[in-house]
Design a protein around this ligand. Structure first.
Ligand SMILES: C[S@@+](CC[C@H](N)C(=O)[O-])C[C@H]1O[C@@H](n2cnc3c(N)ncnc32)[C@H](O)[C@@H]1O
Length: 218
């Protein structure tokens, strides 16, 4: 009995230790080499397991998403949050879902073709890079990035592009989750966005999952 308990504790220690080493190694690799999150993780990103850690309803509330808004989601990936946003803005609102990787957008396109999402008609997909947004000046009510900003090599340039495309008084929401190898603490995100000219309005969540909401000055 005692030896099987010892065995279970040993295995748990190995698994946890292995996980910590893996997370440290992957963070080092991500610091040395910049590349977008591979498309095969789209299945995990758009899973209930992941949304259990970063619930869509919490994000929508924290970001200040309201019916009728025109919203840009940068780095939408496989669309884990896109359909929730599309329903939250309603038929008078619009979601521009943008990603640099066609393979991610293909997963979102497939998701939207599923009968469960056929009611959603207010999403437009864009294959583009965040540092050259295909939108005019002051067009958008709200721009958000979920586990995307720290993955972008020139964040200052992207934050300036978002600033250009947002309306005066528009919202920038940035959400992060600790299991992302690029995860930055709240202070880093706040500093980066304030440096780019945004005003911090609110940060909700906790140490491992948070949403920071900023405003472009009027
Ligand atoms: C970790 S995934 C997160 C996907 C989604 N936001 C989510 O939370 O499920 C990061 C996404 O950002 C996209 N991405 C990375 N760099 C980008 C860039 N410069 N412009 C647009 N999208 C980018 C990647 O292709 C990937 O789909």
């Amino acid at each position: 009995m005692i030896s099987s308990l010892q065995r279970i504790l040993e295995i748990t220690a190995y698994v946890l230790g292995g996980l910590i080493v893996w997370l440290i190694l992957i963070r080092i690799v991500r610091k040395l080499f910049h590349f977008p999150a591979p498309a095969f993780i789209g299945i995990f990103l758009d899973s209930d397991l992941r949304r259990g850690m970063q619930p869509a309803e919490d994000f929508i509330r924290a970001a200040g998403i309201q019916p009728g808004m025109r919203i840009l989601e940068i780095g939408c990936g496989s669309g884990a949050y896109t359909t929730f946003t599309a329903r939250a803005v309603g038929p008078k609102g619009k979601v521009e879902a943008l990603d640099i990787q066609p393979a991610m957008l293909a997963q979102l396109e497939k998701k939207l073709a599923h009968p469960a999402y056929l009611d959603i008609q207010n999403i437009t997909l864009h294959q583009a890079s965040a540092d050259e947004l295909p939108f005019g000046d002051g067009e958008l009510d709200l721009v958000y990035l979920i586990t995307v900003l720290p993955e972008i090599p020139d964040q200052a340039r992207v934050l300036a592009e978002i600033h250009r495309a947002l309306k005066p008084g528009g919202i920038l929401a940035v959400a992060e989750l600790i299991i992302d190898p690029d995860y930055p603490p709240k202070a880093t995100t706040t500093r980066r966005c304030q440096k780019a000219g945004y005003l911090l309005e609110d940060i909700s969540g906790n140490f491992w999952s948070y949403t920071a909401r900023f405003r472009k000055p009027d």
